[in-house]
Write a protein that binds this ligand. Structure first.
Ligand code: NI
Length: 277
């Protein structure tokens, strides 16, 4: 297993708790970034996970034959297990445990690609708006670009301190329930937002209730981000919330995921039957 090579200062921990985000100059090595970039491009080129509903267009209707404006892949390390043993992952776990406490664990990974010259913006949102409204979360995402990022190709923007709010009302992007991606359905004051341009292999960290945004990619190179999420132990909430925007969604991705579950169930039943025969 890769060992962590990173130290997180008490000042960084305090900054994360008060501001809700953190910028890290280097969370892995240049060599690992180069290796990962090739693997990453292959996963998207081959649309790995598409049939399971795990690769889809975050910002479009994701129908067969249409070009994705913002391709997203869930669980890349499920499909490419070598991603589980990386310096990035070891360092990210160390960062998460410093920020959330020693019980913090890996939750999931995903990748968001902004294609060259056409990569859409990711509108303002809070990650927790995608999750189970009955659970109390203390989680964070570590967002690592595989090339330098700036305003022109989709760097991260945060509203400092916004993680102290509960989840704001959201809706599907453009109020189109066929679209998986969410946006805050409210005029939010982003006048205090900070942009975080960082080098390849650096990272930004944000709390699951941080209001955040990334710019479109207007450059001639794709913008690749690989994201790891970690959480402290989850608890059921005392007071339920209603994330009605999730109930309103009808996405092609969810339909593919449902069909994949059906296929797995049918295959399992067939195996059981052949054993009993
Ligand atoms: Ni997000």
């Amino acid at each position: 297993m890769s060992e962590s090579t990173i130290t997180v200062s008490d000042e960084q921990v305090a900054f994360f708790h008060s501001e809700g985000y953190l910028v890290i100059d280097a969370i892995t090595t240049p060599e690992e970034v180069v290796w990962m970039r090739e693997l990453y491009d292959g996963l998207f080129a081959e649309r790995v996970g598409y049939d399971d509903g795990n690769q889809f267009d975050l910002a479009g209707t994701d129908e067969e034959g249409s070009d994705a404006r913002l391709p997203q892949m869930l669980a890349p390390s499920f499909y490419a297990p070598t991603l589980r043993d990386t310096i990035y992952r070891a360092n990210a776990l160390e960062v998460a445990r410093r920020l959330l406490g020693p019980e913090a664990e890996f939750r999931f990974d995903h990748a968001i690609l902004k294609p060259a010259e056409a990569g859409a913006e990711t509108p303002w949102h809070q990650d927790e708006a995608y999750w189970d409204p009955a659970i109390d979360y203390d989680e964070l995402s570590i967002w690592m670009p595989l090339q330098d990022v700036g305003l022109e190709n989709g760097c991260m923007h945060f509203v400092p301190g916004s993680h102290a709010r509960d989840v704001l009302p959201h809706r599907s992007i453009g109020n189109d329930p066929r679209i998986h991606g969410l946006e805050v359905d409210l005029v939010v004051d982003v006048s205090t937002a900070v942009a975080c341009p960082i080098p390849a292999g650096g990272a930004t960290v944000h709390h699951c209730r941080m209001v955040h945004y990334t710019t479109p990619n207007l450059t001639s190179e794709p913008r690749r981000a690989y994201i790891l999420s970690f959480g402290a132990p989850q608890h059921p909430r005392d007071r339920a919330r209603d994330f009605y925007w999730l109930r309103a969604q009808q996405t092609a991705r969810a339909e593919r995921a449902r069909e994949a579950r059906e296929r797995r169930r049918a295959a399992k039943a067939a195996r059981a039957q052949s054993r009993d025969a």
